[in-house]
Design a protein around this ligand. Structure first.
Ligand code: NAD
Length: 452
């Protein structure tokens, strides 16, 4: 593998041209054109690689990436404007401001589940912040990776963006190089590898990781509506979504009705034979399929709906499980597939204790109309993001920073958060030499006597 030409990428930044808004707008415009002009091919590649429905791919990959770029373009000037700071009397006369400036060369490493969106959105943020980029698509989406490798040079010059394809070996080699920021989306296991490699060069990292995002439901809500929102968030992309509800914690009084509504929502969305539904995705590859079948078979409990699977088609039916064994692997690791365990809890207190005893999740969803329940979740838990009455959609709002906390990651992005995350916040002070008001600080310290 010949590595990327980091010297050329870094030189673009040190030349000063990327500090200006014109350069940033031009690169964002080029990235936008790439996505729009090749949307059909990109969607086709993602659909073939991941096995997701084309319309879903358009919505969650190309459409949201273009939206993100438009949001960045609309606000770039406002977000990057120097922020004046008022100084204490002792330092006056002087002026000061905080200036966001490019960090340099940003490495973006993407996973396979939203292989285009999770590449394009961080890259857009990096370019908006005036950086140059190296893009590393996932090796588990080979068609998309090849397409990105072919298209990027047609829109972005090689001193602005370079694509490196490959898997563990190539990424390991890449991580030995010195970047100015690494933006990684993927598993906690690889996130740790990335952070260790970054430490060698004291390179800052953004880690967008995963985890088990819980959903709490009690009997104060419209359980039909709650079930539809949970089923949609869970089974989109066949459950292979970092913020998908991993499992449900339901109070005893709501359990039976919620289970019935979950079954009804699965039938409503995917029909009586979900295998024939054009709107249900497949599992990305045989390895993931085997892992999910093993989790399902080791879960214990009762299959309320679904459970069917077919390795040849990488099919796994939208599955709801009740009364699973709390010690089973399915309740220990991130499920990342279309299997939804529903666990019964006595009340919200028990749910909170369970959530608080585990790693901080990437998302937490609460379906309750009771103010004290909402308040208790707000105060006593933490998670990357939180939604009341909905699942997943908070990720789609470019106005909300998106990121994890603790084991679900560090740093955040989308919209303004991307520009802030991928810029250096430089403090700048400008003081006239005369009058020399700093004289009071110089030795001999007679001037300080009696003042401190
Ligand atoms: P992964 O960690 O296996 O791979 C991600 C990237 O890391 C790939 O580009 C891969 O080439 C590279 N990589 C893999 N092994 C490596 C190694 N040993 N050294 C260096 N690089 C290596 O993740 P995945 O399976 O592609 O994605 C699934 C995970 O990503 C889930 O945990 C999911 O929750 C998480 N995820 C998080 C978000 C988020 O925004 N927070 C979004 C999507 C997925």
């Amino acid at each position: 593998m010949s590595g990327p030409d980091l010297a050329a990428l870094r030189h673009t930044v040190t030349s000063g041209s990327t500090a200006g808004l014109d350069w940033r707008r031009a690169q964002l415009g080029a990235l936008r054109r790439l996505l729009v002009e090749h949307e059909a091919e990109l969607v086709e590649a993602v659909a073939a690689d991941v096995g997701k429905p084309r319309l879903e791919a358009r919505l969650t990959e190309t459409y949201v990436s273009v939206e993100e770029i438009d949001h960045l373009l609309a606000h770039l000037e406002e977000w990057t404007a120097p922020r004046p700071v008022s100084l204490p009397l002792t330092l006056r006369p002087a002026r000061a401001h905080v200036q966001l400036q490019p960090k340099g060369v940003v490495l973006v490493v993407a996973p396979w589940n939203y292989p285009l969106n999770l590449l394009a959105s961080p890259v857009a943020g990096a370019l908006a912040a005036g950086n140059t980029v190296v893009l590393k698509p996932s090796e588990h989406t080979p068609r998309l990776a090849a397409l990105v490798e072919r298209l990027v040079p047609l829109y972005l010059p090689s001193d602005v963006a370079q694509v490196v394809t490959g898997g563990v070996e190539e990424t390991t080699a890449l991580l030995e190089q010195r970047f100015d920021h690494i933006f990684f989306t993927g598993s906690g296991r690889v996130g740790r590898i990335v952070m260790r490699a970054a430490a060698e060069h004291l390179t800052p990292v953004t880690l967008e990781l995963g985890g088990k995002s819980p959903t709490f439901v009690d009997d104060t809500v419209d359980l039909g509506a709650a079930a539809r929102r949970i089923v949609w968030g869970k089974f989109t992309n066949a459950g292979q979504t970092c913020v998908a509800p991993d499992h449900v914690l339901v109070t005893r009084t709501a359990r039976d009705r919620l289970l019935a509504e979950l079954v009804a929502a699965v039938h409503e969305f995917f029909g009586d034979d979900p295998r024939r539904s054009p709107d249900l995705g497949r599992i990305v590859d045989a390895r993931q399929h085997a892992r999910l079948v093993e989790l399902l078979e080791g879960a214990g409990g009762t299959v309320v709906v679904g459970g069917q699977h077919d390795a040849d088609e990488r099919y796994l039916a939208p599955t709801v499980l009740a009364d699973v064994d709390p010690d089973a692997p399915i309740m220990q690791e991130e499920i990342f597939g279309p299997v939804l365990p529903v666990i019964t809890v006595a009340d919200h207190q028990q749910a909170i204790e369970q959530i608080a005893s585990r790693d901080h999740p990437l998302a937490l969803y609460v379906f309750s109309e009771r103010e004290e329940v909402r308040e208790a979740f707000t105060r006593r838990t933490t998670s990357g993001g939180m939604a009341f009455g909905a699942t997943v959609v908070h990720v789609g709002a470019a106005q909300l920073p998106f990121g994890g906390v603790g084991a679900s990651g560090m740093g955040s992005y989308h919209g303004r958060a991307s520009v802030e995350e991928l810029s250096h916040h430089r403090s700048v002070l400008d003081k006239p030499l005369g009058p020399d008001t700093l004289r009071v600080l110089y030795p001999p310290f007679d001037g300080l006597k009696g003042r401190l």
